[in-house]
Design a protein around this ligand. Structure first.
Ligand code: SAM
Length: 329
């Protein structure tokens, strides 16, 4: 059986937020004081997550990405990966992380069946890294990347959210890293998800922050970027290579370019709600069904049936019910 939505899109990819908790407070993602975390009892257990993925695999889902919050702060993250990787039909389990805890966990995760990691890297400057993440250490990130490479969690993808007045001046330098490193760097447009507030002293105000991928590409025009076939799992990124480079540079444009027509994903929040679209509110609770021992596949079908044709940011319909860390960016 294949889960297919009303617009003919097969749903083969599930993104799972395993926790809303995070060990960083990136300015565009979380407020400095944090948010009220989910009550522990509402968070799905490893076994409950596995039951959703088993049903999803029966419905044709083949790839799963774990995210959050920060997935590596979950004490049972290795167990979660092991459970999901052993589910029949699941071809790939990958994970998005800030890498603060990756040095220690890369090998256990790889042994448990994790295939790849995406790592968030918004700046190459140590002090700015600490300011953007409100306390993160770029050295931990480099150590995490080295450990991930040693454990075979490759190819490494790096996600950079580009913000005017914050890190847009670094995109040339960031792109240059791909010449000697086989990393897939993706520049991402800032999405308006719960981050309209003031980010604090020295950070750009709301009206100045957004920069489109078109502008980013123009800034990189001196590199004569060559279009590339996207590496596996590059999702909506348009991918290019600096001639002769080992890695690639991609651009993800949730706002400037509409890529919803190719969307193949569903999301599962840490408290067990299926979310058909990152950027539109609307969810289906599976936690209650899980805890009542009811079948999950019909709820997956309902979520797929309610998947909108596309987000409606251009109509100023912004997601308001949750922050990015709660949905699983
Ligand atoms: N903690 C992990 C991490 O830092 O990668 C996983 C969760 S984080 C919410 C997932 C991704 O969402 C990160 O790459 C982050 O940069 C991105 N993100 C968060 N808020 C965003 C926003 N408003 N616009 C675009 N990307 C965003």
């Amino acid at each position: 059986m294949t889960l297919i939505d009303r617009f003919g899109r097969p749903i083969t990819y599930l993104r799972i937020s395993v926790t809303d908790r995070c060990n960083l407070r990136c300015v565009y993602c979380l407020p400095e004081e944090g948010i009220e975390w989910l009550p522990r009892e509402n968070q799905l257990s490893a076994e409950e997550i596995a039951r959703v993925v088993e049903a999803a695999a029966q419905g044709g889902v083949r790839r799963v990405r774990l995210t959050g919050g920060e997935p590596l702060v979950r004490p049972d993250i290795v167990e979660i990966v092991a459970r999901l990787a052993s589910i029949s039909g699941i071809e790939e389990v990958s994970l998005t992380t800030n890498a603060m805890l990756l040095e220690r966990l890369a090998h256990p995760l790889a042994d448990a069946g994790l295939k790849r990691v995406n790592i968030s890297l918004d700046t190459l400057d140590e002090d700015k890294f600490m300011r953007i993440t409100r306390g993160g250490s770029i050295q931990h990130l480099w150590n995490g990347i080295a450990a991930a490479e040693a454990a075979g969690l490759t190819p490494i993808k790096l996600n950079t959210v580009v913000v005017n007045g914050l890190n847009a001046d670094e995109i040339l330098e960031l792109a240059l890293m791909t010449i000697e490193n086989a990393w897939h760097l993706r520049f991402i447009e800032l999405m308006p998800v719960g981050n309209a507030q003031n980010w604090g002293e020295g950070f750009p105000v709301l009206s100045d922050r957004y920069i489109s991928v078109h502008e980013m590409q123009e800034w990189l025009s001196s590199f004569s970027l060559q279009p590339e076939t996207a590496p596996t799992g590059n999702g909506p990124a348009r991918t290019f290579r600096i001639p002769g480079a080992l890695g690639t540079v991609g651009f993800i444009s949730p706002l400037g370019e509409h890529f919803c027509q190719n969307c193949n994903r569903l999301r599962l929040t840490a408290d067990g709600c299926l979310r058909p679209c990152l950027l539109l509110d609307g969810e289906i609770n599976v936690r209650n069904a899980l805890r009542a021992g009811e079948p999950i596949l019909p709820l997956l079908q309902n979520a797929v049936d309610s998947k909108p044709e596309g987000h409606e940011l251009f109509l100023q319909h912004y997601p308001e019910s949750r922050r990015m860390a709660q949905i699983g960016g």
